[in-house]
Write a protein that binds this ligand. Structure first.
Ligand code: AMP
Ligand code: MG
Length: 519
């Protein structure tokens, strides 16, 4: 396979001198060389044509080489695959060394002025696999593969997906951690991003007091991914931290806009480029609920629920600030950046809500209008996606009966009475009044709202339906959803069936509303 290989991470940063996959604590290094496991009988499930093109891959996707490279059975000539070393704070606690336990970086590839890192997820053991097997199952691989591309087309910063293959091997998993393990089909996703460096890559070096390697990693990251910040210096490290903070803020505001709940926002799952990374037990808001998390592993504290995501990013940034401190040795400027995050968060969140509501003129009461909407939306289960899409049809002349317009969004229409009904009517009255100062006409406002409020998202049950079919060897639904989600803001009238509330059967089904970290 002819690719324009431009390896930098494993050429410029220190390597673990020990070879092989034996589990070990690694020090003085940013990565360890590993070889992907040869799958017993690999077969191609799906490929993203856009990523094939972005990477400049000219081989046919049905070729032996394509399957060989992206299933891990063939190593690209001139490359040295590796697993990255990182640590992280998991659910609020320092977890020590984590690292790529089942991700193997194949190479970096340059094409059309962009450089991409290619990584196989589920390609076997590495020094960082701890007690696990380094493998992934079809279920979680479909979820990662589909959602990363869907997020890209929603306009959310994210890692991308190139390919999904079955390994032909069976993998044992206990889906709900309840002592009922079963074999599932093994799978491998090739994911792609300008870089897979995480907050945790810096944290592990700081925890080891390895300031020299920490500096090398920071300089590398700035040189290749934040080169506009200039040459390394204390000021540059601070500017770097600020950029990471602002990119992370942008990412999480997008999550709130589209109703995405990551589920495991540990610092090892925070990209240094502000990309959504590591699609595990994520979920989408169906009933709008700040308290919702799909992750059953986080059921007790709901640390990573929808409503707290922007604050969790701040907490994670504090951990990154601590990790970068040895390079800066001054607390105040780091603290000032965290303060700035909080100030900007308030502004960015309101700006996002205003865009969802189609408010373009300035009015000092918009915060109140948004707050009141968020409150009433949670009074009775209301589908977030459907609500905002229907709201775009509200007419400025006051002729719209608001509740009638959005009634499809309610899961229990019977509950919209008494106090709740009054609250809704008051809100629509305020909204109607507010629209009077808008210069845009109804058509323009509808276009603006429909460009930020998706019509189609990867609802939890949709992914599960694609998984159930794929498990039986039918990939047609996977392909249908993949294509549907490439145009999430378009009407796509022949796909209207996916513009619907979650069916009742999916309410409490494993995989639809309940997901664990088992993958
Ligand atoms: P996650 O919370 O899924 O991002 O994973 C946390 C850590 O566990 C990372 O270091 C992963 O590489 C590792 N990990 C997760 N699943 C496996 C697996 N099946 N085999 C080896 N390592 C794993
Ligand atoms: Mg992870």
């Amino acid at each position: 396979m002819k690719l324009n290989i431009t390896d930098r991470f494993n050429k410029e940063l220190p390597a673990d001198p020990i070879m092989g996959n034996s589990r070990r604590q690694v020090s003085g290094a940013c990565f360890s060389y590993v070889t992907p496991k040869k799958p017993s009988n690999p077969s191609l499930v799906h490929v993203s044509p856009e990523m094939v093109e972005a990477l400049g891959i000219t081989e046919s996707i049905t070729s032996k080489d394509f399957l060989g490279v992206f299933s891990g059975s063939m190593v690209l000539e001139g490359t040295q695959p590796y697993a990255m070393c990182y640590g992280g704070h998991q659910f609020g606690n320092w977890a020590g060394q984590l690292g790529d336990g089942r991700a193997i970086n194949l190479a970096e590839v340059a094409h059309n002025d962009k450089t991409w890192a290619l990584q196989l997820k589920g390609a076997g053991e590495t020094p960082y696999s701890r007690t696990a097997d380094g493998l992934a199952v079809l279920r979680s691989s479909i979820r990662e593969y589909l959602c990363a591309e869907a997020m890209y087309y929603l306009g959310v910063p994210t890692t991308r997906s190139l390919s999904l293959v079955l390994s032909g091997d069976q993998v044992l998993r206990d889906v709900m951690y309840d002592g009922n393990p079963a074999y599932e089909k093994g799978a491998i996703v090739c994911r792609v991003a300008p870089s897979f460096i995480r907050f945790g890559n810096f944290e592990i070096l700081a925890a080891q007091d390895d300031v020299e390697t920490l500096r090398e990693l920071a300089d590398f990251t700035i040189k290749h991914h934040y080169s506009y910040l200039g040459n390394p210096s204390k000021e540059t490290y601070l500017a770097f931290f600020k950029e990471v903070a602002m990119k992370s803020l942008d990412m999480v505001i997008h999550w709130q806009r589209v109703g995405f709940v990551h589920g495991v926002m540990n610092t090892d799952n925070m990209s240094i480029l502000g990309l959504t990374i590591d699609y595990g037990p994520y979920g989408w808001q169906e009933g709008y609920d700040h308290g919702w998390t799909p992750n059953t592993t986080d059921k007790a504290h709901k640390r990573y629920r929808y409503g707290t995501q922007p604050q969790v990013v701040l907490w994670n940034l504090l951990k990154l600030a601590n990790a970068l401190y040895p390079l800066i040795e001054e607390v105040e400027p780091l603290q000032a950046i965290l303060g700035e995050y909080q100030d900007k968060l308030k502004i960015a969140y309101l700006t996002m809500m205003r865009s969802k509501l189609g408010l373009y003129e300035t009015d000092t009461h918009d915060q109140d209008l948004a707050d009141k909407l968020e409150d009433v939306l949670q009074r009775s289960e209301t589908d977030m996606t459907i609500f905002f899409r229907l709201l775009a049809d509200f007419k400025k002349d006051g002729s719209t009966a608001g509740l009638e317009l959005v009634k499809e969004a309610f899961y229990n229409p019977d509950e919209i009475k008494g106090e709740v009904e009054l609250q809704w009517n008051n809100w629509f009255l305020a909204y109607s009044e507010r629209l009077k100062i808008e210069q845009k006409d109804d058509v323009e406002r509808l276009a603006g709202m429909n460009a930020v409020n998706p019509k189609y998202v990867l609802r939890n049950y949709m992914a599960q339906m694609a998984i159930d079919a794929a498990d039986k060897g039918d990939y047609s639904l996977l392909d249908e959803l993949f294509n549907l989600l490439k145009q999430p803001y378009e009407e796509q009238l022949n796909m209207q069936k996916w513009f619907a509330k979650r069916p009742e059967w999916a309410r409490n089904k494993v995989g639809c509303s309940m997901l664990s970290c088992s993958s």
